[in-house]
Design a protein around this ligand. Structure first.
Ligand code: PMV
Length: 322
């Protein structure tokens, strides 16, 4: 092996969601999206160039399975689009459940894109690294940065940082309600939703206004406005999924219990709101001062198997051993 690059990249959670792709190739989201980086949900990836006829990939110690197959396809695509002959050794480990709606593909493909850019000397600027990561997973484009990040719905969508985490140091409590991998993958779910949900057109039509509202709320650090638009975007996304044929239901009973608990807390003035991705886990965004109270309340709900607490952050790190 010639050189090895180590990357630390973090998961992110979208406050304004993306769900649905544009036609054609390049894995282009049909909408923009806006996320926050999660400092303590980390993927560590090592990428090296090897003198071999094929790539050598292991994810969480596994050398086969869906996640490994996706990485292999991604490496093929990178070779094709960047005219490379190299093969790669990839070792990637997540310190949180994989494929369970905790954005492991986001941090995973962001780490890989950052590592490949360095090890294969692609010389890409951050927006182009984000475009590369997007080809692996739409949400991965956002994990190329930390803090508050927007995926811009361009002809070749890219991500950019809206503000660093220090702009508004919020806290996040993740209520894990199942450690199982999700039953319907995001890609399959998005296809089904676009083809069969009668709510899908409304989802697309109302999305740009949600992006504007969220951008303004972040600029003004307006918690109530960010809470309102984030919960709306999450519930709209799940409503379009649920109205697909066959229905896509990622929630379990505990997911709903946590939603109710957070709504009740906000009604009495506690700054906390929920968001949920393609899985049953609930991510609660709150002020650092209210995080203990939120965690205490949610930990008592039957079906919440564990909590992951983190602050905003997620600035990736790339280092190299000669
Ligand atoms: O990154 P993908 O293609 O697996 O899609 C993720 C979609 C959601 O997590 C549900 C929403 C989002 O914007 O992250």
């Amino acid at each position: 092996m010639t050189r090895t690059v180590q990357v630390r990249a973090c998961a992110n959670v979208a406050l304004v969601k993306y769900w649905g792709k544009s036609a054609g190739d390049g894995n282009r989201p049909a909408t923009g999206s806006l996320s926050i980086g999660l400092e303590d949900l980390v993927t560590r990836t090592e990428v090296g160039i090897i003198d071999a006829a094929e790539d050598d990939v292991a994810i969480n110690g596994q050398t086969s399975g869906d996640a490994v197959a996706r990485v292999r396809l991604f490496l093929e695509e990178v070779r094709r689009t960047h005219h490379l002959d190299d093969h790669f050794r990839v070792r990637s480990v997540n310190d949180f459940p994989t494929g369970a709606g905790l954005a492991s593909s986001a941090s995973g493909f962001a780490a890989l894109a950052l590592g490949l850019n360095r090890v294969a000397a692609l010389g890409l600027i951050p927006e182009d690294i984000a475009r590369l990561a997007r080809r692996g997973s739409g949400s991965a484009a956002r994990s190329v940065y930390g803090g508050f990040v927007e995926l811009v719905n361009d002809t070749d969508p890219f991500a950019r940082q809206l503000a660093p985490a220090a702009h508004w140091p919020l806290a996040v409590v993740v209520a894990v309600t199942s450690e199982q991998a999700k039953s319907v993958s995001s890609s399959e779910g998005m296809k089904r939703t676009a083809l069969t949900s009668s709510f899908y057109d409304t989802w697309l039509a109302t999305h740009p206004a949600d992006m504007d509202t969220a951008r303004s709320a972040i600029a003004a650090r307006d918690f109530a406005a960010l809470a309102e638009v984030s919960e709306q975007s999450c519930l709209k996304m799940h409503a379009t999924m649920m109205t697909s044929h066959p229905a896509i239901l990622y929630w379990n009973g505990a997911t709903m219990e946590v939603i109710q608990a957070i709504s009740a807390m906000r009604r009495v003035g506690i700054p906390a709101f929920f968001t949920i991705d393609a899985g049953p886990q609930v991510k609660i965004v709150c002020s650092p001062e209210s995080a203990d109270q939120v965690a205490g309340e949610v930990a008592g709900i039957a079906g919440v198997s564990r909590l992951i607490r983190t602050r905003l952050g997620g600035e990736p790190q790339v280092s190299e051993t000669p």
